[in-house]
Design a protein around this ligand. Structure first.
Ligand code: ATP
Length: 241
């Protein structure tokens, strides 16, 4: 097992946001975490990437193992640089006053593997050709969809081999949404392990091998994408009946 979250309890101050979450992701898998707003999906990703308090969640029980090693005492930058786990965050956490190229470049700051960096630029621009046309454009002037592509591109430029995605389809028109998922599928087929949060459960279950359903800080169902798609409760709550 590559990632193993075991009975994880997490708090923000006095509020407990995760109450004993367990999930696993195997090398090369695409796994999705679905659930309503406030269920604890973003908290789960931010706990894996060790976003520090006060903004980040504080672990009060359980463990996060990566290749059998606990990540709990590891700092956020080490998670990216040594463990090669990167998060493409929700919304538009890109630097609006920098160009597309500068945003991508910034993500490589700690890397010295020049050839691999070159290959990663190529990969990002192959996956998202729109970013090539907009290399020199300030990121704040990109469309919402292009900004999402850039957020994913930036995560890839860290040289990660495990990608955490927080709602990559957020705000995208349907055509761009399918483009995004096509790109993610390609990445996964190239060997990238993916853990994806997605509001659009239908799309997420078409993309992923397996999924977990979260509700108010707990995992309430899990299974293969097919099993979840056919689960009556999941259908009713997340797939529109
Ligand atoms: P969404 O789809 O709306 O992003 P989510 O499933 O990702 O929802 P989280 O953002 O993880 O849910 O939130 C889980 C719970 O933790 C919610 O009750 C939320 O209000 C709370 N929470 C999240 N971030 C913080 C924070 N920085 N400080 C305090 N409480 C927080």
């Amino acid at each position: 097992m590559l990632l193993e979250i075991k009975d994880l309890y997490v708090r923000y101050g006095n509020i407990e946001a995760l109450h004993g979450v367990s999930l696993t992701v195997d090398k090369g898998e695409a796994v999705t975490l679905i659930g309503a707003n406030g269920a604890g999906k973003t908290t789960t990703l931010n706990t894996i990437t060790r976003v520090p308090p006060p903004e980040g969640p504080k672990v009060s029980g359980g463990d996060i193992l990566y290749n059998g090693e606990s990540l709990l005492d590891i700092e956020a930058h080490t998670i990216v640089q040594k463990y090669k786990i990167a998060l493409a965050p929700e919304g538009r956490h890109i630097f609006g006053n920098l160009t597309v190229e500068e945003n991508l470049q910034l993500a490589t700051y700690a890397r010295k593997d020049t050839e691999a960096i070159k290959a990663d630029y190529k990969r990002v621009y192959d996956l998202f050709p729109r970013l090539v046309e907009r290399k020199k454009q300030r990121s704040e002037s990109l469309s919402g969809g292009e900004q999402q592509m850039l957020a994913v591109g930036r995560a890839l430029m860290t040289g990660c081999d495990f990608l955490l995605l927080d709602e990559p389809s957020m705000g995208l028109a349907p055509l761009l949404m399918y483009d995004m998922f096509r790109a993610l599928k390609k990445l996964n087929q190239q060997g990238m392990t993916i853990l994806l949060i997605e509001q659009n459960a239908r799309l997420a279950l078409q993309f992923a091998h397996r999924g977990y359903v979260m509700d108010t800080g707990e995992i309430v169902a899990h299974g293969t994408a097919k099993e979840l798609s056919e689960n009556p409760d999941v259908k009713k709550a997340y797939l529109g009946g």
